[in-house]
Design a protein around this ligand. Structure first.
Ligand SMILES: *Cc1c(COP(=O)(O)O)cnc(C)c1O
Length: 225
C-alpha cells in the first residue's frame, strides 16, 4: 500500500475542487476512515498528517483507541443508545446523531464526566435509500427540540449520498443540505453553530467539496492497495 501516494492523490483532487469554490486544503478536514484498517497502517497515516480518524463501529474504535498515537477520533457510523457510554470519553466529534433519544443519552453520559460533547446531526436528504438520518423535512423541528439539550454542542450536519446515483443527483443531494446548513447558520439558533458540513466519501468527495463540504470522509481511496 502506498499510503503517501494515495493521500497525495486525494489532496490533489480535493484541491482542484476547492479551487472552484475559492477555498484551499486549509479550509477542510480530510478524515481518514479507519474501518477494517489495521493499527500499524493507521499509525503510518498519522505520521503522514492524517491526524483525525473516523470509525464507524464502536467495537472497532475501542479496539484501536489505545493502539494509535497522536490521533483524535470521530464516530461516523450509526450509534446505538446503549453504546454511548463506551465512547463518550474517547471521541472528539460524533457525526451520526439521528434521534433525540440518542442525543439525550449523549447528554446524560457527557454530563457524568463533565464534558460537552460536540456532535453533528446526520440528515437523510435523499429519502428511502438510506436508512439512517433525520429526514431533511424534519430538520427544523429536530433542532428546535435539540437546542435545549445540555452538555451537547451541535456543530453541523453529516450526510451520505446513496451509492448508485447519477452524478447530477449527488450534486443535488449535497446542494440541498448545504442550503439547509446556510439557512440554519443565518438563523443563529441558541446552542447550535453550523461550523461543519460532513459530506463526501471516496466515490463522491470531489462533488461534496464543490457543493460546500468542509469535512470529507475518505476510507477506500486512502487505504487502497
Ligand atoms: C465507510 C464510510 C465512509 C468512507 O467510505 P469510503 O467509500 O471507504 O471512502 C464514510 N462515511 C461513513 C459513514 C462510512 O461508514
Amino acid at each position: 500500500m502506498d499510503l503517501k501516494k494515495n493521500y497525495e492523490e486525494i489532496k490533489q483532487k480535493a484541491k482542484e475542487a476547492l479551487k472552484e469554490t475559492g477555498r484551499s486544503l486549509d479550509d477542510i478536514l480530510i478524515l481518514g476512515v479507519s474501518k477494517t484498517v489495521d493499527t500499524d497502517t493507521l499509525n503510518e497515516a498519522v505520521k503522514l498528517g492524517i491526524t483525525t480518524l473516523g470509525e464507524n463501529r464502536v467495537q472497532e474504535l475501542l479496539e484501536k483507541y489505545d493502539k494509535v498515537e497522536g490521533t483524535s477520533w470521530h464516530l461516523i457510523g450509526h450509534l446505538q443508545t446503549n453504546k454511548v457510554k463506551y465512547i463518550i470519553d474517547k471521541v472528539e466529534l460524533i457525526h451520526s446523531v439521528d434521534s433525540i433519544k440518542l442525543l439525550n443519552e449523549i447528554s446524560r453520559c457527557a454530563k457524568k464526566i463533565g464534558k460537552v460533547q460536540r456532535v453533528l446531526i446526520e440528515i437523510n436528504v435523499s429519502g428511502e435509500e438510506s436508512k439512517f438520518g433525520v429526514p431533511i423535512d424534519d430538520a427544523y423541528e429536530f433542532l428546535e427540540e435539540a437546542k435545549t439539550i445540555e452538555n451537547v454542542k451541535i456543530e453541523g450536519f453529516m450526510t451520505m449520498a446513496p451509492l448508485l446515483e447519477t452524478e447530477e443527483n449527488v450534486h443535488a443531494i449535497f446542494k440541498k443540505l448545504y442550503n439547509l446548513y446556510i439557512d440554519i447558520k443565518d438563523k443563529k439558533y441558541d446552542n447550535i453553530s453550523m461550523k461543519y458540513l460532513s459530506m463526501g466519501m471516496s466515490q463522491d468527495y470531489h462533488i461534496a467539496l464543490l457543493e460546500g463540504a468542509n469535512i470529507i470522509r475518505v476510507g477506500r481511496n486512502l487505504f487502497k492497495r
